[in-house]
Write a protein that binds this ligand. Structure first.
Ligand SMILES: [Zn+2]
Length: 169
């Protein structure tokens, strides 16, 4: 396992549509292991492959909130797609490891239904809610070349210390 460099705006890979994964071999396994290490080192609660300069449809998420009843869990999802967005939305403050020292308010679906594959190619079906659903929506946006700054209102610059105190994705 190894750390990879997180690319930041205006790197063009962040604006590309990432391609579907078709090979679940050793290269994908190494990519996912490296993404988990890189996310934890940042630290962050989510990371999409384009953020480490790999234009493939792979995301990792690690999050939990015992108070909200969300168990701490690590997810690696290949070729994720959102098949349902709740009508109910929620506004939350987001930051991004690829957009340093900027935060903004983003309206997102409160819950989603997500399909994709695990790292070995087994189908996955997830129904995250709340902050976990927000993280997945943010990461899947990365696979489509969309940044939270495209969706946010009240963007503001913050100090590196304040940015580091957020759950960045
Ligand atoms: Zn991000």
């Amino acid at each position: 396992m190894a750390l990879r460099q997180i690319v930041t705006v205006p790197h063009p890979v962040l604006r590309r549509r990432a391609i579907e994964v078709t090979d679940f071999g050793p290269e994908l396994q190494k990519l996912i292991d490296d993404m988990i290490d890189t996310m934890r080192d940042a630290p962050g609660v989510g990371l999409a492959a384009p953020q480490v300069n790999v234009a493939q449809r792979v995301i990792v998420v690690e999050y939990g909130d015992e108070e909200a009843g969300i168990p701490h869990q690590l997810y690696a999802v290949v070729n994720p797609r959102i098949v349902r967005f709740s009508k109910e939305t929620e506004i939350g403050t987001e930051g991004c490891l690829s957009v340093p020292n900027v935060i903004g308010e983003v309206e997102r679906a409160f819950s989603i239904e997500l399909r994709g594959f695990d790292r070995h190619g087994k189908p996955l079906h997830l129904k995250p809610e709340g902050w976990l659903a927000r993280i997945f929506q943010h990461e899947i946006d990365h696979l489509n070349g969309v940044l939270f700054t495209d969706r946010a209102v009240r963007l503001q610059r913050v100090s590196p210390e304040m940015a580091a105190a957020m759950d960045r994705v």
